[in-house]
Design a protein around this ligand. Structure first.
Ligand SMILES: Cc1cc2nc3c(=O)[nH]c(=O)nc-3n(C[C@H](O)[C@H](O)[C@H](O)COP(=O)(O)OP(=O)(O)OC[C@H]3O[C@@H](n4cnc5c(N)ncnc54)[C@H](O)[C@@H]3O)c2cc1C
Length: 297
């Protein structure tokens, strides 16, 4: 793991020379490239949420730089008229340094975002070591600023309670399966059981939640959700589907053509290697895709 960490570190030779491997999943290293990607998605009838890549920040300066990068990209979204909001990670805001400091960084972003046509800011959910503190900070921020929402992971055994709580609060939830390797005492490991819990929670959010986001590329789940909203008469503007940039683009377009809302999570920035690594570990075909792009770049 240490070797891998060194290879994937920002500024390493790998990072400098191998961006072409990641370009299917990462919208470039600059704000300009990110805005250009959002514009293309907008033209295809989709909205976006921009993620300035980086996580597990251990120095105050780095967290402040990340916060300022978000403030700059919010300005660019506003000036360009691109239809996008932003997604942030609390460890990138300095959660591992001091949670009060991370909350202050988050609140500055929330206040700045309030000038934008879409002022919404999503807090991504990270590994279980920070689940509770992320939810606590979300609730503290949400008490004052309602333009913030959270992500809940269907693979965690605690999540039904968290869904109930967020419905009570009227908070916006993005529901995903969960991307981290969690221990069996706190997480469901079996895919059919994760899918079952996802669908149960999705139904609750669709019936009683505040504009939930169904984040998945899983066609079986998407079909179940589509059938459920049709059967229950839930209008397509009461929720949105979300997918990752570069993942199942054909399915993204198919869902838009059916009249559903689709928001694409668009990561950008120089710290792309960790994100790229998670996508590759998720799906073997992504490694094959990346390797074949060596010959087609
Ligand atoms: C918009 C969005 C935001 C997310 N935010 C978070 C978050 O904050 N915290 C968190 O823990 N996780 C997050 N995730 C990741 C999520 O938890 C899953 O790890 C990821 O979406 C894979 O699960 P799945 O439900 O999409 O489908 P899976 O069951 O993994 O896959 C279903 C099918 O989709 C396709 N597919 C899925 N993933 C890929 C891929 N990477 N490349 C190519 N094809 C693929 C494959 O054909 C696969 O058979 C997010 C996902 C999305 C879409």
């Amino acid at each position: 793991m240490a070797i891998l960490d060194r290879i994937l570190a920002p500024g390493s030779g790998f990072q400098k020379n191998f961006f072409f491997l990641a370009k299917r999943f990462v919208a470039g290293e600059t704000v300009d490239s990110a805005i250009a990607a959002v514009r293309e998605l907008n033209a295809a009838g989709m909205t976006a949420t921009l993620d300035y890549l980086g996580e597990d920040v251990l120095e105050r300066d780095a967290a402040i730089k990340t916060r300022d990068a978000y403030i700059a990209v919010l300005d660019r979204i506003r000036e360009s008229g691109a239809q996008s909001n932003v997604s942030i990670k609390m460890t990138a805001m300095g959660l591992l340094i001091d949670d009060g400091f991370a909350l202050d960084n988050l609140q500055r972003i929330l206040h700045h975002a309030q000038r934008n046509a879409d002022p919404f800011v999503r807090i991504d959910m990270e590994g279980s070591a920070v689940t509770q503190v992320t939810i606590d900070l979300f609730e503290r921020a949400y008490a004052n600023d309602k333009n913030v929402g959270i992500v809940l992971q269907a693979y965690l055994k605690r999540t039904p309670r968290d869904v109930t709580r967020m419905i009570e609060l009227g908070a916006r939830v993005r529901l995903c399966k969960g991307a981290y390797n969690e221990p069996t005492d706190i997480a469901i490991k079996d895919m059919p059981a994760i899918r079952k819990q996802y669908f149960e929670l999705a139904k609750q959010l669709l019936e009683r939640g505040n504009y939930p986001a169904m984040a998945t590329h899983d066609r079986e789940l998407i079909d179940e959700i589509r059938a459920y909203v049709r059967e229950r008469g839930i209008a397509p503007d009461r929720f949105e589907f979300q997918m990752l940039y570069g993942v199942r683009p054909q399915l993204q377009r198919e869902i838009v053509a059916e009249g559903y809302r689709m928001r694409i999570y668009v990561p950008y920035g120089t710290h792309w290697a960790g994100y790229f690594y998670r996508r590759v570990m998720e799906r073997r075909e992504n490694a094959i895709f990346a390797l074949t792009s060596i010959w087609s770049k």
